[in-house]
Design a protein around this ligand. Structure first.
Ligand code: SF4
Length: 455
């Protein structure tokens, strides 16, 4: 039963105006991608997409469970809706995403947030028209533990804000069970989309003029493992790069235990693939990596980096690091510092360990104070900042290519394939969503400055 049509009819009968829908996203790019589908479904069901929750008739929080402070922030935002809902009982407040895949959170919403009407799971976005239709018909709360579904649903409408940048999910879920991570419990087992479906979506985007496309997966390197056809991630990259067009192809996230020389060689041989690789290392100490259940050693990690730097001289690596993992000594933390100094990451996402209910690490003894962990984090941030500024300085005088993303007055903001942001001045029109050639003149804070090169 297609509930999109039924919901559209109900919405048209119920409202004398075109109702507005607001979707707020917390967390990772995968959640952003899910939110684009939620907006796509709501737009097809008769809603106008709005970025203002105060004037919206349905507000959906697409949540994240990766760290405790993320959840606290989300509940703070949900709380803001209480007064609005009291004023407008027809307003629907809904919560979805990874956070509600945890039973203790659903209980909290049931008890402490009576104005939340709907809870639905990360893997049942396609059921949204039916769920909202039911709410309008029965006007009954639908707050129950979402199930973790395994089948992949294709052809879900997508509402994208950008005209040049897009993300494509190539797979869902994760089988790695890193001991600190909640993702495998909330997003389920790994399952890859069929290559033909990915190729169709990719080709359509390129034909629509998208120039910066990112392939998404919790661990893209294990793409294809559950498929009948014999295909791996490198094959998928090669297949997509055969699509004619002027675009940059990115992917995230890779896993050091699964990334292959074949993937590195495929990047080397395809200039359309960004030379920026996100490869989360998490720690520079083998004992901690083993407690994290990462299943590689520091030396194995370095071997991948060194092979890539040999094959692709302008390759850059970004990474994720957790400091203060349970039991991490100061000496073991220093191993992480030394690794960061040695590898020269172009970008580093650093976090203090956050205990997640239900994960293995949550049962581990942790006697390091939060103060001590924050001091370690601040040291690492300072070290990486110096590395980053040196990296920025290395572009001075270079001619670079970048995709224009934003304009404020005559100041344009563009992004290079390595994700660095460049600002330049111009009164030229029609540069938005186009590739431009720039001569780097310097930097301002964390962005490069440049002059536009007119061909
Ligand atoms: S690879 Fe590890 S950290 Fe990444 S999503 Fe899977 S379990 Fe979490």
């Amino acid at each position: 039963m297609n509930y999109t049509g039924k919901l559209k009819q109900t919405v048209t009968e119920k409202f004398e105006y075109i109702p507005k829908a607001n979707v707020q996203t917390f967390g990772c790019v995968q959640n952003e991608n899910d939110s684009e589908k939620i907006r796509g479904i709501l737009a097809q069901s008769g809603y106008e997409i709005s970025d203002n929750f105060e004037v919206s008739d349905i507000v959906i929080f697409n949540t994240c469970a990766i760290r405790e402070n993320a959840e606290l922030k989300i509940f703070g935002n949900i709380g803001k809706l209480k007064a609005l809902k009291a004023e407008n009982p027809n307003m629907i407040v809904a919560v979805c995403g990874c956070m509600v895949m945890q039973p203790h959170i659903v209980e909290k919403i049931k008890k402490s947030y009576p104005f939340v009407d709907i809870v639905f799971g990360v893997n049942s976005i396609e059921d949204l028209p039916h769920i909202v239709y039911n709410w309008y018909v029965n006007n009954k709360r639908q707050v129950s533990n979402p199930e973790v579904k395994t089948e992949i649903v294709e052809d879900i409408p997508v509402y994208r804000e950008s005209k040049s940048k897009a993300t494509i999910s190539i797979m869902y879920g994760c089988d790695n069970f890193c001991s600190y991570c909640i993702v495998p419990y909330v997003r389920g087992r790994e399952r890859s989309r069929k290559p033909a479906d990915i190729l169709e979506e990719f080709t359509q985007l390129v034909n629509e003029g998208y120039k910066d496309i990112t392939l998404l997966g919790q661990n893209v390197d294990s793409y294809g493992k559950n498929l009948d056809e014999n295909i791996d991630f490198a094959d998928l990259l090669n297949m997509l790069c055969k699509v004619e067009g002027d675009y940059v192809l990115h992917f995230m996230s890779s896993h050091p235990k699964d990334i292959t020389k074949k993937v590195i060689d495929t990047i080397r041989d395809n200039p359309k693939i960004s030379r920026q690789i996100h490869l989360p290392v998490q720690s520079g100490n083998d004992r901690i990596l083993s407690l994290m259940n990462r299943r590689y050693t520091v030396q194995q990690y370095k071997d991948i980096i060194n092979y890539a730097k040999e094959q692709i001289p302008d390759v850059g690596f970004s990474s994720d690091i957790i400091v203060g993992f349970p039991g991490e000594t100061f000496e073991e933390y220093l191993d992480t510092e030394n690794l960061v100094k040695e590898i020269n990451f172009t970008q580093l996402f650093t976090f203090i360990y956050s205990k997640r209910t239900g994960t293995k690490a949550a049962t581990m003894e942790d006697d390091t104070s939060h103060k001590e962990k924050s001091e370690r984090l601040n040291r690492l941030v300072k070290i990486q900042q110096d590395i980053f500024f040196e990296y920025l300085n290395s572009f001075k005088g270079q001619t670079v290519r970048a995709l224009v993303e934003e304009r404020k007055g005559n100041t344009y903001s563009a992004r290079m394939a390595n994700t660095l942001v460049v600002h330049f001045e111009s009164d030229k029109e029609n540069l938005m969503d186009e590739f431009v050639k720039l001569k780097v003149t310097g930097k301002k804070g964390t962005v490069l400055t440049a002059d536009l090169i007119i061909n």
